[in-house]
Ligand binder design. Structure first.
Ligand code: ADP
Ligand code: MG
Ligand code: ZN
Length: 634
């Protein structure tokens, strides 16, 4: 019972609840009447039913009988505070039986007036105790227990401590993770190392007036080592480390999440320098504007989020509290969280490439008894799309497999078999590429890149990768604008459409078949074409007219059919859009079919390297640009 903290508010609340429940079960106080009053009421045919016991007669009145005068007053008194809940009908009257009195005449009277009566001796004390007190109390206990369980706490202790935050606190020496346990994500590691040096020596960094980042957000697909990285920081910085998962803030009761946030920061400030780590930040930080939130959760979440924002603004990073958070879903985060002064530093943690996978494998190989000649590079090559967690899993599976087969050490063959097994399991997650898909994606991305490199009005290609992304893309071609764009010329837009179609064209040329991988490209190309026609008046056929309005500041929202266009114009718009897309498609096809060999070579280079950038990319692109015909001449 370590965490018990009994808030003074729970007691009155429980009592109030008890009273309310009790009023439903306990009738008002019985009304005392004299024996003669009883006889009188019997005569007036007012009694509905009666119970005759050895020392008293209890009875109830007919619902239609109106009590007046002296008796009426007594009834009102008896109803008391909860009176409004009780009808006259539920009021019990009690007449004390004069000692030695024969009830035979009364019984005869009751019979005459058709009163339902019985003569059992009922011990009301126990009944009242049971129904009036024990039952409601039991119900409350049950409810409490239920709540406690929903809160994730165990039994009563959980219920009593639910206002407190559930952060796990690790002391300075409790965290064993080190940076050396994290491999293959070197850029993220390097960035975080600066945070560690700050925590070790804050004064050194503030010397020149620089501001320390308040919040560092780790973003990347699941299993890439975000949580591990955060723990490694804690281990390296040798400071207390508060760790809590975002979902633990959000509980059943409104206001509780906010209380937890407050509590967490309170504790952290007392232990500075320290690190507060919120894992799965998206659970708290979901955009307040976002639709589709569960009813009821909305308020709670908003309150929790607001509290988090307040606390983040309220603490001073120079005091040595660094807030670290991780998420798989940065796109759902509330923009307020990402503003300057909050999570002002973002660190992207990507799926590892082949070299990264090899390093991660080496880290995990230390924990199993592996043969000395394991082909680590070969295993890395066979596991495209595996995350760090997948690789850790792979090593473990291989060790189990080897043990099952009675081997003395884990051999390369065991790793490869484990990889195959995992792969079939992982494929359904659509993140891991089959070898033939990898080839296809390599050609698709090469298509985009080569078209982009060839067209004049496009930004330079800075990176091509076929490592699957969290956003669902299987590959990615990155172009970096040389300067900020405010205006886009028609020629630039047309080139952009051609580049978007380049991926699909490469598939057509190389495989004679097309895949679903181009869906996003096609969507964007069609939208761009539609915007050219409808918004920017860039179609010769339709002229410089605008047939719609951009509804958001971003290029990319889908345009509906323009409201102000006639049926004929709408048809013309559709035709013009289609024609723009088709022209660009033809252009991309022309460019790529002239360079079939170059395309193949680029794709091969990309397939084995998985990521091309910098010098290697320039070389590969320059080579791929050469026309097949020129190549023959040379
Ligand atoms: P995330 O928080 O990004 O979903 P985790 O940090 O929980 O991923 O990773 C789960 C496990 O996978 C780690 O405990 C570690 O064993 C392994 N792992 C993941 N990424 C790496 C990495 N980059 N280097 C070494 N091990 C890793
Ligand atoms: Mg995690
Ligand atoms: Zn594409």
């Amino acid at each position: 019972m370590k965490n018990v903290k009994f808030s003074i508010w729970y007691l009155p609340a429980a009592l109030l609840l008890l009273l309310m429940v009790q009023s439903l079960f306990v009738a008002p106080r019985p009304v005392q009447v004299s024996y003669s009053e009883l006889q009188d009421l019997t005569e007036r045919n007012a009694i509905e039913k009666a119970l005759i016991t050895s020392d008293e007669i209890r009875f109830q009145l007919r619902p239609d009988f109106e009590v007046t005068g002296e008796l009426g007053k007594k009834v009102d008194e008896a109803k008391g505070v909860v009176g409004s809940l009780a009808s006259d009908r539920t009021i019990t009257f009690v007449a004390t039986r004069p000692p030695g009195l024969d009830v035979a005449p009364l019984v005869a009277d009751l019979t005459k007036h058709h009163v339902e009566f019985s003569g059992e001796i009922a011990d009301d004390f126990w009944r009242t105790l049971l129904i009036g007190w024990l039952l409601p109390f039991g119900l409350i206990l049950l409810m409490w227990n239920f709540i406690a369980r929903r809160m994730g706490g165990g039994g009563a202790a959980g219920a009593l401590s639910f206002g407190r935050n559930k952060a796990k606190i690790y002391g300075e020496d409790d965290v064993e993770a080190r940076f050396s346990d994290v491999a293959g994500i070197d850029e993220a590691k390097a960035e975080l190392e600066s945070v560690v040096s700050f925590l070790r020596d804050p004064a050194h960094f503030q010397r020149l007036g620089g501001r320390i980042p308040k919040g560092v957000l780790l973003v990347g697909p699941p299993g890439t080592g975000k949580t591990l990285l955060a723990r490694a920081i804690a281990g390296e910085a040798r400071v207390p480390f508060f760790s809590i998962s975002g979902s633990e803030f959000i509980e059943m009761f409104v206001g509780l999440g906010a209380a937890r946030v407050r509590d967490l920061f309170e504790q952290a400030k007392g232990k500075a320098p320290c690190i507060v780590f919120i894992d799965e930040l998206d659970a708290v930080g979901k955009s307040r504007a976002g639709a589709g939130l569960q009813m009821g959760r909305h308020d709670e979440q908003e309150q929790t989020l607001n509290q988090l924002l307040v606390e983040m603004d309220g603490f001073d990073a120079s005091k040595g509290v660094v807030l670290l958070a991780a998420t798989n879903r940065p796109e759902v985060l509330d923009p307020a969280l990402l503003r300057a002064g909050r999570f002002d530093r973002r660190i992207i943690v990507e799926l590892p490439d082949r070299v990264g996978r090899e390093k991660i494998l080496r880290v995990h190989l230390k924990s199993v008894k592996a043969a000395s000649d394991v082909d680590v590079d070969g295993i890395a090559a066979r596991t495209p799309g595996f995350s760090g967690a997948d690789l850790a899993n792979l090593v473990n599976e291989a060790a189990l497999l080897a043990a099952q087969k009675g081997a003395v050490a884990v051999e390369t063959a065991h790793f490869l078999e484990a990889a195959d097994r995992l792969m079939t399991g992982l494929e359904r997650r659509s993140r891991v590429l089959r070898p033939e898909d990898k080839t296809l994606v390599a050609h698709h991305e090469s298509g985009h890149a080569l078209v982009a490199a060839l067209l004049e009005n496009s930004d330079p290609v800075t990176k091509i990768t076929i490592i699957p992304r969290s956003i669902g893309a299987l590959g990615f071609t990155m172009q970096l604008p040389t300067e900020d764009r405010v205006l886009m010329r028609r020629a630039e837009l047309l080139d952009q459409i051609a580049i978007l179609l380049g991926g699909r064209v490469a598939e057509e040329l190389v495989f004679g078949d097309v895949s679903t991988g181009a869906q996003d490209d096609l969507e964007r190309a069609s939208q761009l074409a539609r915007q050219m026609v409808c918004i920017y008046g860039m179609s010769e056929k339709l002229g410089p007219l605008s047939y719609g309005r951009r509804e958001s500041a971003f290029l990319g929202e889908v345009l509906g059919r323009p409201q102000s266009a006639s049926e004929a114009t709408a048809v013309a718009i559709d035709e013009e859009v289609a024609s723009l897309v088709r022209q660009s498609h033809a252009r991309a096809r022309q460019l790529l079919s002239e360079r079939r060999r170059g395309l193949d070579r680029l794709a091969q280079t990309l397939e084995s390297a998985e990521t091309l950038e910098g010098e290697a990319l320039t070389r590969a692109l320059t080579d791929a640009k050469i026309r097949d015909t020129e190549r023959l001449v040379a």
